[in-house]
Unconditional design. Structure first.
Length: 77
């Protein structure tokens, strides 16, 4: 089973700290730990790809590869 884990981009606000992350030379403020935790609970035989839309884009190849898509989010998203 190929599982695509998608972390949506947060809308720009004070709480996304975009300028701070840019100043530090980073790509994201926090890691998508919820998706990583879910992946750790699923069977080891499954294959996972994690896409953080905060700094990556989904491609047709990602959709073609995936048998299952899991999306995280918060109220703001």
């Amino acid at each position: 089973m190929n599982v695509l884990l998608v972390n949506p981009r947060s809308p720009y606000s004070f709480w996304t700290f975009d300028r701070t992350v840019d100043h530090m030379g980073g790509k994201a403020l926090t890691a998508p730990l919820g998706l990583v935790t879910v992946a750790a609970l699923l069977p080891r035989e499954w294959n996972f790809k994690l896409i953080d839309l905060g700094y990556q884009s989904l491609t047709d190849d990602h959709w073609d590869w995936a048998d299952l898509v899991m999306i995280s989010g918060m109220i703001v998203q």
